[in-house]
Ligand binder design. Structure first.
Ligand code: GAP
Length: 473
């Protein structure tokens, strides 16, 4: 029986084998940021590519976009994020530690242990604010009427004793192009392109627009490895439906999400649906189902499915003055579409995949740990080795096989370090489904031009002719 995987098992494997490192580690790190190493980037891309294939390429009702991360701040005003994308923050009056009020027992400080040191929570906006363009710290702004309201009081206050520039009324009216936010979700890049995509493609409703990319949230307490990061990747779909059709479409998306989780190799009994109660739903949602997973840290949200109504398109319509109405080709009444939004966090998918795949067993009295990854997700598909590194005839033949497989599968690794047993363990640990060994039998006799193929999960070995290798893999 394999033991339950712990978060430490995953973190240690990721660091040791080059999946995920702490961000800026060499300078002591930066909380909530993570860097992907060679195997991590391969795993992440495999997950993201599989998602794109399943939800965009394999369907005929889906279109992709890749919008800018920096957007006009009006996007975040209209979407409600400037006002409501907040978490409740409390600070300990004794040790000054800060926490999310809804994640701790506020009667006692988790850092210093003092009782009753927290006051009332204040709402902390999680968006990273930034400035765009040449208005940097060495420039003094000549403040014109209405500027402070329009741009940012704090920015103005911090820039009073520096070089002068004059902003025209027009620039000011523009709403301050220079204040922007790192996007906290990719969804708004989809909504703001809804009209563009409809004008260019005129798809039939229902249809979806998909986007993958970075999102940034200034989390009060980043925690649990990549689970709650400050910079992470999201894959989102805004699926536009007729308002009368949102319920059946929502149910269809529940099924599709389960198909996705199956493709990730996650066991059914570790996946749970949570109907999110009214009080806990995001400001834009009228129904949300969270898909939770039994992570090593406990049962937690893996991804969300929300019915966003026409909240976003209506807000954009009001703020931009442009119509977001869709005109059906059959001449029936125009309407502002409603939206079903499945939103998938890539980091949480990676954590779920790694914890589901992490396996320990004992073969012939020897313990091993390996990643039972679905082949399509494995960072390395095949490892090729000469039995002995210092036998040129074996190495030359192995190189031939390696080149042939690399041309076919891409993610093929050359491995001639240590003895063959160690190579198998190393490849098992990173989830390589097949190891191929070129030995003396490959060079002569009845078995000439055959190789050993060793299977990760069973450790069984078989002899396969080189000219049938690609087909058999
Ligand atoms: N557009 C909808 C939206 O952003 P969300 O529930 O706030 O919804 C979607 O986020 C998904 O993004 C979550 O289900 C989770 O997988 C992931 N996610 C959210 N915050 C995260 C964080 N701080 N670190 C890693 N992943 C996060």
């Amino acid at each position: 029986m394999s033991k339950e995987v712990s978060l430490e098992d995953i973190v240690s494997l990721c660091k040791r084998r080059g999946f995920i490192y702490q961000g800026s580690e060499i300078y002591g790190g930066l909380a909530g940021t993570w860097d992907y190493g060679p195997l991590g980037v391969a795993l992440k891309r495999n997950i993201m590519n599989l998602w794109w294939k399943m939800f965009v390429d394999d369907r005929d009702d889906m279109l992709g976009v890749d919008a800018a991360i920096l957007m006009n701040q009006k996007v975040w005003q209209a979407s409600g994020h400037v006002d409501t994308f907040t978490d409740p923050l409390v600070e300990c009056s004794n040790c000054k530690s800060r926490f999310r009020a809804d994640k701790i027992d506020t009667s006692k400080c988790p850092t210093c242990g003092q009782k009753d040191t927290f006051g009332e929570p204040r709402q902390f906006n999680m968006m990273f604010k930034t400035k765009v363009g040449p208005l940097s710290d060495d420039i003094k702004l000549i403040l014109e009427k209405g500027f402070i309201d329009k741009v940012n009081e704090e920015f103005a206050a911090n820039n009073t004793d520096q070089k002068e520039i004059t902003l025209s009324e027009k620039q000011l009216d523009h709403g301050g192009d220079y204040v922007s936010y790192l996007r906290p979700e990719t969804a708004q890049g989809i909504f703001t392109n809804f009209k563009n995509v409809v004008d260019s493609f005129y798809p039939d409703v229902p249809f979806g627009i998909a986007q993958q990319g970075k999102a940034f949230r200034n989390e009060i307490s980043p925690r649990d490895f990549v689970f709650r990061s400050r910079e992470f990747e999201i894959m989102e779909i805004e699926y536009f439906v007729h308002p009368d059709q949102w319920q059946p479409e929502f149910e269809a998306w529940i099924k599709r999400v389960h198909e996705w989780l199956k493709a990730l190799g996650l066991p059914d009994d570790k996946v749970h649906e949570l109907e999110v109660p009214d009080a806990d739903r995001a400001h834009y949602s009228q129904r949300t189902v969270d898909f939770e997973f039994d992570f090593p840290i406990g049962r937690e949200e893996l991804l969300g499915l929300a019915y966003r109504t026409d909240f976003d398109l209506q807000n954009i319509q009001k703020a931009s003055g442009k119509s977001m109405e869709y005109r059906p080709k059959d001449g029936s009444a125009a309407f502002v579409p409603h939206v079903i939004e499945p939103s998938f966090g890539v980091e949480r998918a990676i954590m779920a995949v790694l914890s589901a795949a992490y396996t320990e067993d004992e073969i012939n009295g020897e313990k091993r740990s390996y990643l039972k990854l679905p082949t399509q997700l494995a960072p390395v598909k095949v490892a090729v080795s000469p039995l002995l590194k210092n036998k040129p005839e074996l190495a030359a033949k192995a190189r031939e096989v390696y080149k042939m497989l690399k041309a076919e599968f891409g993610a093929v690794m050359w491995d001639d370090n240590g003895n063959i047993g160690k190579r198998y363990r190393r490849q098992d640990e990173i989830g390589t489904p097949y190891c191929i060994v070129i030995d003396f039998d490959t060079l002569e006799g009845d078995t000439k031009d055959t190789v050993t193929v060793r299977h990760r999960d069973t450790t069984k070995q078989e002899r396969v002719p080189i000219d049938r290798l690609i087909e058999s893999l």
